[in-house]
Ligand binder design. Structure first.
Ligand code: CA
Length: 221
């Protein structure tokens, strides 16, 4: 079973990685939020252990970003202090469980096992638009009975639009929510991915609202 561990304190990260590996987990380690998002977009994980205090993009933002992208991987968040506010915010951003630091390794293991057993508490369902079906838990897309292979970014883009049917979404909003380096990414990048999606889905699904952005019409509209 593959786990993503996101922790910037390298000695703690290495100790946890070694311990989890000894338990039989395959463990990928990210030391910052951006790497975490990259790993999560590249591999399916059984669970993510996510520290809150990270350089750059903190754990809350990583969690929020993953959920906005339709990623429902169970997340165990490591809260920095025994503060109720941290814990509430962790759950509000879509984490499934939290563990205050410092924690005992045994407790971490048992919480992780429990989390994997029950899956994500906030596991989202299937998005539908006419005969188009996007399964956010299974990460599959189909039109009728035909499977459509999407890249991670195409999946995230389509999920974002399908969660907002009938609503115009600007390129800036898409860049801000779906790309890590919003400053260096451009509107052109969004257009390239929308074109790729249209080649796979047909041109009717995602409409261009000139000068404003994109929209998927509500079913039947
Ligand atoms: Ca930290």
């Amino acid at each position: 079973m593959r786990i993503l561990l996101v922790e910037d304190e390298r000695r703690l990260a290495e100790a946890l990685r070694a311990g989890l590996s000894a338990e039989g987990y395959a463990v990928d380690v990210a030391h910052n939020g951006r790497d975490a998002l990259w790993h999560a977009s590249e591999h399916p994980y059984a669970a993510i252990i996510l520290d809150i205090m990270l350089p750059g993009l903190n754990g809350y933002r990583v969690c929020r970003r993953l959920r906005d992208q339709g990623d429902s991987t169970p997340i165990l968040m490591l809260t920095a202090k025994d503060g109720e506010d941290d814990e509430i915010e962790a759950l509000d951003t879509g984490a499934d469980d939290f563990l205050p630091k410092p924690f005992s390794y045994g407790v971490l293991l048992s919480r992780l096992r429990a989390l994997i057993r029950r899956g994500g508490a906030t596991r989202p369902g299937v998005l539908r638009l006419g005969d188009l079906e996007l399964d956010q838990a299974g990460r599959t897309c189909r039109r009728g009975t035909a499977d459509i292979a999407l890249t991670g970014k195409e999946f995230a883009l389509l999920a974002y639009l399908m969660q907002r049917p009938g609503q115009v979404v600007t390129k800036a909003e898409l860049l801000d929510n779906l790309w890590d380096f919003a400053a260096s990414a451009t509107a052109n990048l969004v257009e390239v991915h929308v074109s790729a999606l249209r080649r796979k889905l047909g041109t009717e699904t995602i409409r261009t609202v000139r000068g404003a952005g994109y929209l998927v019409a509500t079913s039947g509209a």
